[in-house]
Ligand binder design. Structure first.
Ligand code: G1P
Length: 285
């Protein structure tokens, strides 16, 4: 695979989940049977990325601990003969090679990506925003990497959203060069409906050119007073191709309490054992 590194910006404060996120990283909230972040790391691995770079911040040590070995726990499980559980715990720390870089100030997604420059310099790299959990037999990042391999340039995942939702996302405009693939010529971060160039929104998966870094160095603050990745991509699109892919699959927005709850119920309903638990609760008086 041409893209071997994947960056995870996980320094956000998780204010939408307070008070839980006062002490726990939002990425560690459970989605059915494992933390939200685990789904993203599994997707990166299944897409051929063998080096994961987490851009973390203060109070995110639970993420590092989760993917690290836990000798004490492993020892206790082995001594108690809980071999299946031991294997499960070991599999987590064996999942991927993970590097951690601290984003010292919450200056926005563009700044978080820039923090990955020392590791990703000079090569194309993936970005996964783990709040967006995708379910499909072919991982969405892998769908993007395939387009990059075929057409070159950067690639973002796109989804058509309703008029009410355009102000929540980066919105693009471009021409559809083949079914489901757009050559992007403009984009706006969280526009009003009047400013939105279309209803196609960027979802949390990217393949980025290393040429994004010099642009990010110069990028001033944008929407919300933050350094926006969308603004830097807009500049990049003027000098090299940025493709948008209407991804195949289902997306669960785990960045809000309602979306997270919906994702848990929906995915539990698809689990043969848990389905009856959900139905039992819903049908009880
Ligand atoms: C970020 C990006 C935005 C993108 C969104 C996808 O926004 O800035 O362009 O559409 O992720 O989830 P955030 O959700 O971090 O505010």
């Amino acid at each position: 695979m041409s893209v071997s590194k994947c960056l995870f910006p996980v320094a956000g404060l998780g204010t939408r989940f307070l008070p839980v996120t006062k002490e726990i990283a939002k990425e560690m909230l459970p989605l059915v049977n494992r933390p939200i972040i685990s789904y993203g790391v599994e997707e990166a691995r299944a897409s051929g990325c063998d080096e994961i770079v987490m851009i973390t911040g203060r109070s995110k040590s639970s993420i590092e601990n989760y993917f690290d070995r836990s000798f004490e726990l492993e020892d206790i499980l082995l001594k108690r003969g809980k071999n299946a559980l031991y294997a499960k715990v070991r599999a987590i720390s064996d999942m991927a090679e993970i590097l951690y870089i601290r984003q010292r100030e919450p200056l926005g997604l563009g700044h978080a990506v820039l923090c990955g420059e020392p590791v990703c310099k000079g090569e194309y790299f993936g970005v996964i925003l783990p709040d967006d959990v995708f379910v499909h037999e072919e991982p969405v990042l892998s769908q993007l990497i395939k387009v990059h391999d075929r057409l070159g340039g950067s690639v973002v995942a796109l989804e058509k959203v309703s008029d009410d939702d355009v102000m929540r996302y980066g919105i693009v405009s471009g021409s559809e060069t083949e079914p489901g693939i757009f050559r992007i010529d403009d984009m706006v971060e969280k526009p009003s409906l009047g400013e939105a160039p279309s209803n196609y929104a960027i979802m949390g998966r990217y393949v980025l050119s290393p040429n994004i870094f010099p642009i990010l160095h110069e990028q001033g603050k944008g929407t919300g007073g933050e350094i926006q990745l969308t603004d830097a991509l807009r500049t990049l699109a003027k000098s090299e191709p940025v493709w948008g892919v209407a991804y195949k699959g289902r997306r669960f927005d785990c960045g809000t309490q309602k979306g997270w709850l919906r994702a848990n119920v929906q995915l539990a309903m698809e689990d043969p054992e848990l389905r009856n638990v959900v139905l039992g609760v819903v049908n009880s008086k």
